[in-house]
Ligand binder design. Structure first.
Ligand SMILES: [Mg+2]
Length: 363
C-alpha cells in the first residue's frame, strides 16, 4: 500500500461555538443548540455544557435535568452552512482530495505535501483567523488513525499518530470508536466479548469473517491500525480556466496574442499545481457589444506541455473572425471533456495583484 498522509479536521463544538462567537453574552455559559421542547434533542453542546454531561443527541429534557441553567439556542443552519463553506475553501488550498463527513468534519489527503503536520497547523491557524473558531486536527497514515488523532487533544488540538505509536493507540480504543465500526456492529462485538482494539486483535481473521461476513477482513485490519480506505473527494474538478478584461478594447491581433499569453500562463500554472488532466482547450472572447463566443479544440489526450497549450490557443485565436468588432475580454480554459462548461478565474493585472484563487462560479 502506498504511504499516505491524511489529515482529519474536526471543528470544536461547531454550532455552539458559532453561537458563542456571534453572541458574546453566551461565552462562558453552558449552551445547547437545539429545541428545548419535550421532544427536542441537543444538536451541539458547548464545552461548558459538556462538563455537566450534556452531549449532542441526548434529549433536551434530560439535558436540562443534568444542567438546569443550560441556555437553549435555536439552530441557524444557514449560518453553519456558510461557515462550513469558508472552512472547505481553506481545505481546497491544500488539496483537491477533500472528503467532508459533515458540515464540521473532513478528511484531507495531503500525500503530495512535504509535511502533513505543518499543513494541519496552518489550516488550524487559518480557520481561526478567518472564522474566529477553533478546530482540532489529527494527522496520520490513514483515515481511521487520523480520525482517532483529531479526537485525542480536543478542543483546539493537533495530534500526530506516527507509525510506531499505532499499536498502543488502537489497543486501548473501544470498538465503538473505530471509524468504520457502527453502533450495531459494536453491540454485536460486545456480545462476543470484544470491547477494545486489543480484544479485537486476539480474534482470528477467520473468526471475524464468520461473525461479520466480508467486513470481518476490514475489522481484522483496523485492529492492527490498517485502513486501506482512500479519501473520496465529493468535488471533482472538470476545468481550469482564467480570463482577463482589458482596460481598453482592442482588435490588434498582436496585442491580443500577448494578452492571451498572460492568461495562458496562469492556466498552465494552475494545471501544473493541481496535476489537472484535460484534453479540451477552450478560448473565450467577449466583444465590445458584450456578445461572447467560444471556440474549442479537443486533443486525443490530455494537454501535457505549455507549448502544446500555446499552439492550440494560438490556432483557436487565429481562426476567429472578429467581424469588425473590438475584443474586451479573453479567456482560456482546459476542460476534461468537450461538453464541459469551463469555469474561469479573473486575472487582475491592472492592479498589480495576483489572480484570485477562488473561481468566479464554482462548478
Ligand atoms: Mg466537531
Amino acid at each position: 500500500m502506498p504511504e499516505r498522509k491524511i489529515i482529519h479536521i474536526d471543528m470544536d463544538a461547531f454550532y455552539a461555538s458559532i453561537e458563542q462567537r456571534d453572541r458574546p453574552e453566551l461565552r462562558g455559559l453552558p449552551v445547547a443548540v437545539g429545541y428545548a421542547g419535550p421532544r427536542g434533542v441537543v444538536a451541539t453542546a458547548s464545552y461548558e455544557a459538556r462538563r455537566y454531561g450534556v452531549h449532542s443527541a441526548i434529549s433536551s429534557v434530560r439535558a436540562l435535568r443534568l444542567c438546569p441553567q443550560l441556555v437553549f439556542i435555536p439552530s441557524r443552519m444557514e449560518v453553519y452552512k456558510a461557515v462550513s463553506q469558508q472552512i472547505r475553501a481553506i481545505f481546497y488550498d491544500y488539496t483537491e482530495l477533500v472528503e467532508p463527513l459533515s458540515l464540521d468534519e473532513a478528511f484531507l489527503d495531503v500525500t503530495h505535501l512535504p509535511s502533513a503536520t505543518l499543513a494541519a497547523r496552518e489550516i488550524k491557524a487559518r480557520i481561526l483567523a478567518e472564522t474566529g473558531l477553533t478546530a482540532s486536527a489529527g494527522v496520520s497514515v490513514n483515515k481511521m488513525l487520523a480520525k482517532i488523532a483529531s479526537d485525542y487533544r480536543k478542543p483546539d488540538g493537533l495530534f500526530v499518530i506516527e507509525p510506531r505509536m499505532v499499536d498502543g493507540f488502537v489497543a486501548g480504543l473501544p470498538v465503538e470508536r473505530f471509524f468504520g465500526i457502527g453502533e450495531v456492529t459494536a453491540r454485536k462485538m460486545h456480545r462476543l466479548g470484544i470491547r477494545t482494539g486489543a480484544e479485537l486483535r486476539e480474534r482470528s481473521e477467520e473468526e471475524l469473517v464468520r461473525h461479520f461476513g466480508k467486513a470481518g477482513h476490514a475489522y481484522y485490519g483496523y485492529a492492527r491500525g490498517i485502513d486501506p480506505r482512500a479519501v473520496e473527494p465529493n468535488r471533482i474538478r472538470k476545468s481550469l480556466g482564467a480570463e482577463n478584461t482589458f482596460a481598453e478594447d482592442t482588435d490588434d491581433r498582436e496585442r491580443l496574442l500577448a494578452e492571451l499569453g498572460a492568461v495562458r500562463e496562469e492556466v498552465w500554472r494552475r494545471v501544473s499545481k493541481y496535476g489537472f488532466r484535460g484534453r479540451t482547450v477552450v478560448l473565450k472572447l467577449k466583444y465590445d457589444d458584450f456578445r461572447q463566443i467560444t471556440r474549442s479544440h479537443t486533443l486525443p489526450g490530455p494537454v501535457e506541455t505549455p507549448e502544446q497549450l500555446e499552439r492550440v490557443a494560438g490556432e483557436l485565436l487565429g481562426g476567429v473572425d472578429f467581424g469588425g468588432r473590438k475584443v474586451r475580454l479573453v479567456g482560456l480554459a482546459v476542460a476534461n471533456a468537450p461538453e464541459t462548461a469551463p469555469v474561469y478565474v479573473q486575472l487582475r493585472f491592472d492592479f498589480g495583484e495576483g489572480p484570485e484563487e477562488r473561481p468566479v462560479g464554482e462548478r
